[in-house]
Design a protein around this ligand. Structure first.
Ligand code: SF4
Length: 331
């Protein structure tokens, strides 16, 4: 790898980086809090979606210590709408551990950082780079694509750990390791984009093998979308409440309250249930095809509870809120 790659990307970054709220000065006392919070939020979520949530959190909880004091329901309520709720639970558990066990500091050892709940190789590398300026790279989808295109290879054919270790001396030549991690991600998001990369404006265009090659490798395998069919059953009582339960046949919202849901079966018996409508919903790479049924009833099975459709006090996943919206058309 050419040693000029990092210098060129850093120079581009210095001129073109976005002003993002978690990018605070290296000496800021908020640095760890902002980085931990944003890294959890950015897992599988775009920057523009994360910004308002990040601002909402940091306005309400000004420090790692204040966030560490809240409970799971409070964080879920604040996280509502951002999806992948396991991240909120892991964030809270990690923040509590950082405050209690590590005196609100990030450990310097990779294996120790990985012990934080919800922190894998990617987040551990990102945090160690951002907070301790360690020479490491956080290899997300953007970074993989940049290297794959630069080398004109398929992402799946590259061993990124090996690539980084073999090119350590040429990649980390500036001692701006924290900025280098960020610059590569930013470069992938703004210049070497998934679709229509801006090759004519690219600082790497003279050495990029993808651009030069007449045989351009398709660097990424398309994500497979899976369609699942579900039947959802809504018990509704006279007070316009809906029955929710945690006992459901769904893996993507395990441990959350939802109306009873079953995988659609050809021979399923919908006796006594009234068909309301069919609609589609998407969660990550899942396409959900939903048949919604209802019945008015004051009796519900044990382990179900009545929830007011209009109530906004408790945390309710957006998947369930969409069901509420459909059911509201009955009234
Ligand atoms: S020249 Fe194009 S493909 Fe190559 S790194 Fe730059 S933007 Fe990506």
């Amino acid at each position: 790898m050419s040693p000029t790659l990092s210098k060129k990307i850093l120079a581009w970054y210095d001129n073109s980086k976005r002003d993002l709220p978690w990018r605070v000065s290296k000496k800021s006392p908020k640095k760890l809090y902002y980085r931990v919070l944003s890294e959890f939020m950015l897992q599988q979520t775009q920057v523009k979606t994360v910004i308002p949530y990040f601002k909402k959190f940091t306005k309400k909880y000004k420090s790692l210590e204040s966030l560490a004091k809240i409970n799971e329901n409070q964080i879920l309520k604040l996280w509502e709408g951002l999806g992948y709720y396991r991240r909120a639970r892991n964030l809270l558990a990690s923040v509590k551990l950082l405050v209690k066990k590590y005196d609100s500091k990030l450990p310097k050892n990779f294996e120790e950082v990985k012990k934080l709940p919800g922190v894998g190789d990617y987040t551990a590398n990102a945090l160690l780079g951002f907070i301790h300026n360690q020479p490491t790279l956080a290899v997300d989808g953007n970074v993989k694509r940049v290297f794959a295109r630069y080398l004109n290879k398929k992402e799946t054919k590259i061993d990124f750990k090996k690539l980084i270790s073999l090119n350590r001396n040429s990649l980390f030549i500036t001692n701006r390791n924290s900025d280098f991690i960020e610059s590569l991600m930013e470069f992938g998001a703004l210049i070497c984009k998934p679709k229509d990369p801006k090759c004519s404006h690219c600082c790497l265009k003279t050495s990029c093998k993808h651009l030069k090659s007449s045989k351009k490798t398709k660097t990424k395998n398309e994500k497979k979308v899976k369609t699942i069919n579900y039947d959802i059953f809504c018990y509704i009582n006279k007070k316009r409440q809906i029955a929710l339960t945690k006992k459901n046949e769904v893996s993507f919202l395990r441990n959350f309250y939802l109306p009873p849901i079953k995988k659609m079966r050809n021979n399923s018996n919908q006796n006594n249930w009234i068909f309301l409508k069919n609609y589609k919903n998407s969660i990550s790479n899942l396409k959900l095809n939903i048949n919604l049924y209802y019945k008015f009833s004051n009796k519900i099975p044990q382990s179900y509870y009545w929830h007011s459709i209009k109530s906004n006090k408790e945390f309710i996943p957006s998947f369930t809120r969409k069901i509420f919206n459909q059911v509201s058309t009955l009234f």
